[in-house]
Design a protein around this ligand. Structure first.
Ligand SMILES: *Cc1c(COP(=O)(O)O)cnc(C)c1O
Length: 239
């Protein structure tokens, strides 16, 4: 087996163990393989093991990979910041965007989503721990943004996404993820018009996926544990 195959298997084992510990069905947690900075060959190796959903942060890099790997019919998720001048590329090439944190970006994505594609699946990125260096809507404004995004015709609003400050303490990791979970539940209870399928909590990465699953994550975004350490980037690295 290749190294990537081995590592994917251990990530699946970690997810299964975390689900067992939380009394959850392992099928309730999806694995998004974060392939930023990895070449197309690494994605092919993961795809050969049945991995079909991949996350990318840098739009230009992502588009090249998406076009190169078009024969594999993978599902691509944008998990990096989206500037206004990149919304068209994102709307045309991705299935999901996890990082919507402003109405203007959501409106552009909706207007630019090509008619022949299904609605773009989106999560609102929430700045759950108030860190000032990061993107994300403040928790207190998330419901208002959800109301505005839920009615956009070419978007389907699915849930929330977070990138908490790194912490080595599992209890702290879990406490932060639980705040996101409560916000998720509050928005569901408020029943914003247009919200059809509110089912996604995109939280948990290589270092905190167990805590995220314990708190209710339905989608973990894992890079390092699948592909190995990334080279350090010089620009635009947000996570
Ligand atoms: C890079 C990145 C990940 C994956 O992080 P790892 O620690 O390598 O698993 C997940 N989510 C986002 C938004 C990222 O930028």
């Amino acid at each position: 087996m290749t190294m990537i195959a081995d590592k994917l298997q251990s990530v699946h084992a970690r997810i299964a163990a975390a689900c067992a510990a939380a009394g959850r069905d392992p099928r309730s947690v999806a694995l998004l393989a974060v392939s930023k900075t990895q070449g197309p060959q690494a994605v092919r190796e993961a795809a050969a093991q049945g991995q079909s959903a991949f996350g990318e942060n840098y739009i230009q890099e992502a588009i090249e990979k998406i076009l190169t790997l078009a024969d594999l019919h993978l599902q691509w998720h944008c998990i990096g910041p989206v500037q206004s001048n990149k919304t068209r590329l994102v709307a045309e090439h991705f299935s999901w965007v996890h990082t919507v944190d402003r109405l203007k970006i959501a409106q552009r994505l909706s207007e630019q989503r090509p008619a022949h594609l299904p609605p773009l699946q989106v999560c609102l990125q929430v700045n759950i721990d108030g860190s000032d260096s990061k993107a994300g809507v403040p928790p207190g404004e998330a419901l208002a943004l959800a109301r505005q995004v839920a009615v956009l015709s070419r978007l389907e609003l699915r849930g929330l996404m977070t990138i908490p400050q790194p912490s080595k303490d599992p209890a702290l990791q879990k406490a932060v993820h639980e705040r996101t979970r409560r916000l998720f539940d509050q928005i569901l209870l408020a029943q914003p018009p247009g919200l059809q399928r509110w089912d996604t909590l995109s939280m948990g990465m290589t270092d905190d996926l167990e805590a995220a699953i314990a708190a209710g994550s339905t989608l973990v975004r894992v890079g390092t544990a699948i592909f190995g350490a990334r080279p350090r980037l010089t620009r635009g690295e947000t996570a």
